[in-house]
Design a protein around this ligand. Sequence first.
Ligand SMILES: Nc1ncnc2c1ncn2[C@@H]1O[C@H](COP(=O)(O)OP(=O)(O)OP(=O)(O)O)[C@@H](O)[C@H]1O
Length: 265
Amino acid sequence: MTGDAVIASERVDEPAIDIRSVTVRYGDIVALDDATLRLHRGTVCGLIGMNGSGKSTLFKTIMGLITPDSGTVRIHGGPPSYARRDGSVGYVPQSEDIDWTFPLSVRDVVMTGRYGRLGVMRRPRRSDNEAVDEAIDRVELGAYQNRQIGQLSGGQRKRAFVARGIAQQASVMLLDEPFAGVDKRTEATISTLLRELADAGAAIFVSTHDLHALPDLADQAILLMHRVLAHDRPDRVITPDNLTRAFGLDPLNPLNRPDPRNPHP
Ligand SMILES: Nc1ncnc2c1ncn2[C@@H]1O[C@H](COP(=O)(O)OP(=O)(O)OP(=O)(O)O)[C@@H](O)[C@H]1O
């Protein structure tokens, strides 16, 4: 992460992501309910919650792809649309949200991370090509860079989109289940990269179902159930009480089902 990822007006103490009382509805469904959270640069924060708890909706709202029914979202103090336009926020969507038949190579996908920086001619300059080369190297996809994205394995697809965020030099990076369906090696590669990006000053927000890996991956965790139930160090968030509140049972120890006669002892 180089200095040009830093927004000039950003104050040191200003949160990278600042979400206050955000509610998002799809018709009658309340996906986010008065959600409030703040994330600072230099941190990796894991986002956990059961299926349908609003994780993807939260990411799309931070990206400005969804406008909340109420509440405010600020990225580096400004609206999400600004951050999306100037490339300071990068997004690795869930695999299901990507059209893998699109005729783009790995290199093309990574180059889209530079679009916010291309000049009026929209033609990549040397610096853009160098940033793309470096990003592809860091995710170890050099040998696959001319391959159409649909011809990659699940782990390679994820790495291609992580490379896009690296090439973008995004100071906020959102990753929606980057570990779903990937092998252990890819998981380790992505985890290491996320730590390096945070150490270089980015705010990393990553949703995951892998609670066991969370303490190694992240400095903080957020437990979501439409609203933020807990936001703290991973070991303080992943407690039997919290997990029972969010999942209805303890996913680390699923045999510990709450007693139906006395679910909240
Ligand atoms: N486009 C949509 N139209 C209607 N309802 C939606 C839409 N997208 C999400 N929902 C609903 O909103 C709620 C939150 O969904 P969301 O995808 O944000 O959850 P999630 O935590 O990301 O789930 P998962 O872990 O399964 O990806 C769910 O009840 C879901 O069915």
